[in-house]
Design a protein around this ligand. Structure first.
Ligand code: PMP
Length: 300
């Protein structure tokens, strides 16, 4: 299916406080955000008109910017409202929502001092990230580029700059015929996929890497809550790649990926099974609940 370019679609994009026609939501080529990746973003999903964990995404966006030493000039309430407005303006009840904030054109030195902060929010339909493979399982290979240590970059920021690593690994994986790549961290421990966190089932328990080097995903946190509510043991720890040999099931979690089974990573094969299926179902049910019901589950 040919993809419609993202700058040539019908619809509305919220840009610096106003809805503008989709094709007019432009920025100048001499923007600091483009040259130096002084930019942060979010990825959200709406289900039947509700954006899942909207306030948590908005707070993460504001915090991602603060970690990059800038302040987005809107309150969480204003951003939440704008996200909902964008969905409505585009006639969407289900879809992906993408807020992004970046430094503007006042300065094109490395120094970002004095730049204006711009914010945009777009939304579009996005059925399933790993189309048709959520339970069948995706094939992954080990990526070559690693997640850096937390003292080399603000790794808890959803900063565009950090996506260079994921993007390159993803491209290599796709060119080799795989759906995604497994990223190791700087020490060689298992970290995450290029846009999702990872879980292993070992001896019936859920094991997931502790997140010193990568984003503690909202889906990761949601799935941990669901698993604990189902009396499953969840262990957050350092995981060696060789331990993949002991895993019976593996799955990845993310706003776009939701819960997606993995059937292969390099030489290791897994059979998506009962635990993956239960958590996938639990997540699929939860995203359709009211925001209050979701809060009760994730707060527990
Ligand atoms: N890691 C990376 C690199 C990601 O891009 C994402 C998606 N935002 C995640 C993990 C999962 O985060 P979340 O569950 O909050 O979408």
């Amino acid at each position: 299916m040919a993809l419609i370019p993202f700058d040539d679609r019908d619809g509305w994009i919220w840009l610096d406080g106003q809805l503008v026609p989709w094709r007019d939501a432009r920025l100048h080529v001499l923007s600091h955000g483009l040259h130096y990746a002084s930019s942060v973003f979010e990825g959200e999903r709406a289900y039947r008109g509700n954006i899942f964990r909207l306030r948590d995404h908005t707070e993460r966006l504001l915090n991602s910017a603060r970690l990059l030493m800038f302040e987005i000039p809107y309150t969480a309430e204003q951003i939440d409202t704008a996200c909902r407005q964008v969905l409505e303006a585009n006639g969407l009840t289900d879809g992906y929502v993408r807020p992004v904030a970046w430094r503007g054109t006042e300065q094109l030195a490395v120094s970002p001092s004095g730049t204006t902060i711009h914010t945009a929010i777009a939304a579009w339909p996005w059925p399933s990230y790993f189309e048709g493979e959520r339970m069948a399982g995706i094939r992954m290979m080990e990526g070559t580029w690693r997640r850096p240590p937390p003292d080399t970059a603000p790794t808890q920021s959803k900063a565009s700059a950090l996506y260079m690593i994921g993007s390159l690994n993803k491209l290599q994986a796709e060119q080799a015929g795989y759906a995604d790549a497994l990223l190791l961290d700087w020490r060689g421990y298992v970290a995450e996929a290029t846009g999702a966190n990872i879980f292993l089932v070992i001896d019936g328990e859920l094991h997931t890497p502790s997140c010193e080097a990568f984003l503690d995903g909202l889906t990761r946190k949601t799935v941990i809550s669901l698993a604990r509510r189902a009396q499953m043991k969840v262990v957050e720890r350092h995981i060696q790649p060789a331990e993949l040999a002991r895993a019976t099931e593996v799955f990845v979690t993310g706003t776009a990926a939701e819960v997606t089974a993995v059937r292969e990573i390099g030489d290791h094969c897994f059979t998506p099974g009962r635990i993956t299926e239960a958590l996938m179902q639990g997540y699929d049910d939860l995203v359709l609940c009211s925001p209050e019901a979701v809060d009760r589950v994730v707060a527990a």
